[in-house]
Design a protein around this ligand. Structure first.
Ligand code: ADP
Ligand code: TYD
Length: 207
């Protein structure tokens, strides 16, 4: 826990239920009278939402791997400055749907091994990890089927296909060992209420 607010993130492959669970958790905490900021990446501030369109729409080869890391990091920096840090300083709970661990996975693993570069930029420009990260772990085929069920133009990373989704899942599990103090792994292959109950138990304990 930080001196003031609490910074929570949800991570996992596409379609694992992060957005759904982030909303549910926000509801639970608000009912308890806590001030919650529910946000997401890429995005979460006006400038970062503009960058979101640049990285998630259009030709998948639009950016080199390195430029893409810079864009995600630029979006995160703006999001930190304008949304996350002010909320934490005001003592609020920030729930963020994806954060730097997604960059470590998607930009760090998918187009060659760029993890070191991702970490260097993170240290230089962000310099902060969440207090608690909920990894919604699940079978990639189910996740992909769920993600494909949604409509929209933001398809870049969902189009990776099953092989890469499998590597991402394992990569997230490996990350949970690397950052063992802040990660909690939740089994996402269950009904919504069961997952939400685990998430609430973990977070209420951390509070
Ligand atoms: P993510 O944010 O991880 O991509 P979402 O929360 O958007 O995932 O969920 C993807 C889809 O799967 C949505 O249509 C959502 O309603 C559905 N969904 C989420 N959690 C579950 C669950 N535990 N069981 C069945 N369907 C789910
Ligand atoms: P998101 O809206 O969370 O998609 P989903 O609900 O399908 O999980 O994120 C959009 C995409 O952005 C997702 O495919 C993962 C990708 N992404 C990165 O590649 N790097 C990042 O740093 C972040 C935050 C997201």
């Amino acid at each position: 826990m930080t001196a003031r607010g609490l910074f929570l993130t949800f991570e996992g492959i596409d379609g694992s239920g992060k957005s759904t669970q982030a909303r549910r958790l926000a509801d639970v905490l608000r009912v308890q009278g806590r001030e919650v900021v529910l946000t997401r990446e890429p995005g979460g501030s006006a400038g970062a939402e503009e960058i979101r369109r640049l990285v998630l729409e259009g030709d998948p080869d639009r950016w080199s791997a390195e430029t893409e890391i810079l864009l995600f990091t630029a979006a995160r920096r703006d999001h930190m400055e304008r949304t996350i840090l002010p909320a934490l300083e005001a003592g609020q709970i920030v729930i963020c749907d994806r954060f730097a661990d997604s960059t470590r996975m998607y930009q760090g693993l998918s187009r060659g091994d760029l993890r070191a570069l991702v970490d260097q930029l993170h240290d230089l420009m962000i310099g902060r990890e969440p207090d608690l990260t909920l990894l919604i772990d699940m079978d990639p085929e189910t996740g992909l089927a769920r993600a494909k069920g949604r409509q929209g133009s933001e398809e870049r990373f969902e189009d990776f296909g099953p092989e890469l989704q499998k590597r991402m899942r394992q990569g997230f599990l490996d990350l949970s060992q690397e950052y063992i103090d802040r990660f909690r792994v939740v089994d996402g292959n269950r009904d919504l209420d069961a997952v939400a109950q685990d998430v609430a138990d973990i977070v209420l304990k951390a509070l």
